[in-house]
Structures are given as structure tokens and as C-alpha cells.
Unconditional design. Structure first.
Ligand code: PMP
Length: 383
């Protein structure tokens, strides 16, 4: 008898790492390049140019061999001075990470606490900027991946642009899924990494700084060596990197960037918006609540019914069905599920993610109208 468990097909609906397009996987199978060769220089130059399209900027984009947190740490170390004060929007695990990094570097953090699941009110940031005019920078997160909440970066940039204060944005999970018009909005520094919207394995990260931010770099005196952005910029301008780059991943990134540039960043964001809308509509049809009040395109976080053991549900889906959703982190452990519709994901994938989600919930004892989520998603996607 055919046992469906024998033919487990792993499917990833996590907010990083995200699935890889076949072109991307294949790009990593070619013979390894010497990273100081003309071929590697051409590759690096091509990738740095294409990243500008995704960052929606004319500024240089730096390529660093580290995960996203390394680019965050680099931003702190390169932009600030000893004794600086900064505002940090803390609305989840990754806002907390900005605080932790700043504190580790001896920077004084003035936190703006936001209830998990909510997005910061720009007026609250405005009143903090008035109360603390000396702050050097505001550290924000485009999509707070731990809750699924989107922050209004455009509104925050309107506040910082007219002041000497820099706006530094963690777009680690949301770059390429939620809109971030770095130049048009006037965002001073943006960091991201490879394993999310950029459809590449983990291991490389990016930072882009505008002219104001580079002026701050010239004044900054926090210690740094490996993550010195000036070295990365100077090397990058010659199609190089200061140290041995993860060249195999850069080949992979080139293949993914070719796909993203062919789709066009505006269309990529529109695709993510549509997939997110279908997922939210499905969740509502199942009688479930989204966790975020202003949900991102990157992922949808869902409050699980009180009777569901969230950790067991996520494990069941992974072990029995080969489907990986993300669970809740920290205080949300076991309480929410997070379905990412991020990167190399299309409408059919989302239908599968929802169909499996509702069936899994029924398997753990929820009384749900089986199929209602899929029908609602189909309705959105057929418009
Ligand atoms: N910021 C955000 C918003 C993230 O989603 C993540 C990864 N989940 C990070 C930072 C940290 O990135 P990494 O794990 O690649 O260091």
C-alpha cells in the first residue's frame, strides 16, 4: 500500500532560509573560482550592481561574508562613536538584537518599547526625537520577523531626514518582499542578507549607506576590523572583497539576482503582497487571527487556537508532512505559527502551504471548516 509518509517532499515556508531556485542550486555546482581572478572580479561587480536594483538605491551595496547579524553589527560599529546615544525600536526579537549590539559596543540605548505584534507609531518616534535631540541614529526593522509586523519606514525617514539623526534599517527578512525605497524615502543605512528574499543560502550579508551615513563612518570611532565598511567599499569598487569571500554563494546570488532583476523589484514586491493577501484571507476564513496588527508581505504570523500545542503542531507538520513553518520565538514560543511566503514562492506554493496548514490543524483536533482557507486564498488569487 502506498504510504504518503514514504514520499516526504520537504517544503520550506520559513522566513529564512528560503527555497532555492534550480538555477541558484546549479550555479553552486560549477568549479570554484580563485577569488582574485578576472572572472571573480566580473562576478562580484555584476552582483554589486544588481543588488542596487533590489535595494532601490544608487548607493554602493557592500557584500560581507557573514550572516545578517554581522551586517547589523557592522552598521553599529561603522556609524557610531563611543558614548553615542541612539533610539532603538523594540517590537520583537530583532529590535532587541539592535539594542544588544549597541549595548555590546558601549552605545547608550534609549528603547522605544512596542507591544509584540504591533508596529511603532511614527508620532512616538517623533516625540522621542524631540525629547532626545542628541541621538545619533534610530535603529528600526522593516519586518519584525518574530511577530510578522511591518514598520512604516517611509514615515520614520520623513522624521530623520530633516534632522542630523541617521535612520538605520534592518531589512534582513523583508528586502525584496516589502517595499523599501532607500533613495526615494531617504533611508541612511540598510542591511540585509542572502537567505531570505534573495533566494540564496545563508552566509553573505549586505549593507548600503547613503552620503550622510558615509560622513558618519568617517567620524566613527568604535572598534572594528573584519567588518570595516570602508575596506569593503574600496575593495567592492574593484570587484573584490577585503578577505576571502564566500565565492560559491556569490555565484548562487548572481543566479537569483538574474531572476529578481528579470522580474523587476516592483513586480517582486507586488507578488509578495498578493501571496500575503491570499494567506491572510485564508487565515480569516478559518476563523483564526493574524498576530500582527500591520502584517508584512514577508510572512504571516497566526495566533494558534488555545487548545493547540504550537511546538507539537510545528513538529508534526515537519515530521509527518515534510512541511516546515516557523513557530513562535521567545515569549511567543508555542503560541503562534509563522507562514513565510518569501523568496522563490509562487501562488501554487501558497495554496499548498494553506491546504497543509488547515489539514494539520484538523489533525491536532481543531474544529475547522476544512478547505475554507484554500477557497479564500483561491478567491484572492483568481482576481
Ligand atoms: N533581523 C531580522 C529581521 C531577521 O529576520 C533575522 C533572521 N531571522 C536577523 C536579523 C538575523 O539574521 P541572521 O540569522 O542571518 O544573522
Amino acid at each position: 500500500m502506498l504510504n504518503p509518509k514514504n514520499m516526504k517532499k520537504p517544503l520550506l515556508f520559513t522566513p529564512g532560509p528560503t527555497p532555492l531556485p534550480p538555477e541558484t542550486s546549479l550555479a553552486m555546482a560549477q568549479p570554484i573560482d580563485y577569488h582574485r581572478s578576472p572572472a571573480a572580479a566580473a562576478l562580484i561587480q555584476d552582483v554589486l550592481e544588481k543588488l542596487k536594483h533590489v535595494f532601490q538605491t544608487e548607493n554602493d551595496v557592500l557584500c560581507l561574508t557573514t550572516s545578517g547579524t554581522g551586517a547589523m553589527e557592522g552598521a553599529v560599529a561603522n556609524l557610531l562613536c563611543r558614548g553615542d546615544k541612539v533610539l532603538v525600536i523594540r517590537s520583537g526579537k530583532f529590535g532587541e538584537r539592535w539594542s544588544d549590539i549597541c549595548t555590546a559596543y558601549g552605545v547608550e540605548v534609549i528603547p522605544i518599547h512596542v507591544t509584540w505584534g504591533e508596529s511603532v507609531e511614527p508620532s512616538v518616534v517623533a516625540s522621542h526625537l524631540t525629547a532626545y535631540p542628541e541621538v545619533k541614529a534610530v535603529f528600526a526593522t522593516l519586518c519584525e520577523t518574530s511577530t510578522g509586523a511591518l514598520h512604516d519606514i517611509e514615515a520614520l525617514a520623513q522624521l530623520t531626514q530633516v534632522r542630523p539623526t541617521l535612520l538605520v534599517v534592518d531589512a534582513v527578512s523583508a528586502l525584496g518582499a516589502d517595499d523599501l525605497q532607500m533613495d526615494t524615502w531617504g533611508v541612511d543605512a540598510v542591511v540585509s542578507c542572502s537567505q531570505k528574499g534573495l533566494m540564496t543560502p545563508p552566509g553573505i550579508a549586505f549593507a548600503s549607506l547613503n552620503a550622510r551615513a558615509w560622513e558618519a563612518v568617517a567620524r566613527a570611532d568604535l572598534p572594528k576590523y573584519y567588518l570595516d565598511f570602508r575596506k569593503a567599499r574600496d575593495a567592492g569598487s574593484e570587484g573584490s572583497t577585503p578577505y576571502t569571500p564566500a565565492i560559491t554563494l556569490i555565484h548562487a546570488l548572481q543566479a537569483s539576482l538574474n531572476l529578481l532583476c528579470a522580474e523587476g523589484i516592483r513586480n517582486t514586491i507586488a507578488r509578495h503582497a498578493r501571496l500575503a493577501q491570499a494567506t491572510r484571507s485564508a487565515i480569516a476564513a478559518l476563523g483564526l487571527q493574524p498576530f500582527a496588527t500591520r502584517p508584512a508581505n514577508t510572512l504571516t504570523s497566526i495566533r494558534l487556537p488555545a487548545e493547540v500545542d504550537g511546538k507539537a503542531f510545528i513538529a508534526l507538520m515537519r515530521e509527518k508532512h515534510g512541511i516546515t513553518y516557523a513557530g513562535g520565538q521567545s515569549q511567543l514560543r508555542g503560541k503562534i505559527a509563522r507562514i513565510a511566503h518569501l523568496g522563490w514562492i509562487n501562488e501554487n506554493d501558497v495554496i499548498v502551504a494553506i491546504a497543509a496548514f488547515e489539514r494539520g490543524l484538523v489533525e491536532v483536533g481543531c474544529k475547522l471548516p476544512l478547505g475554507a482557507g484554500v477557497a479564500a486564498a483561491q478567491e484572492v488569487l483568481s482576481r
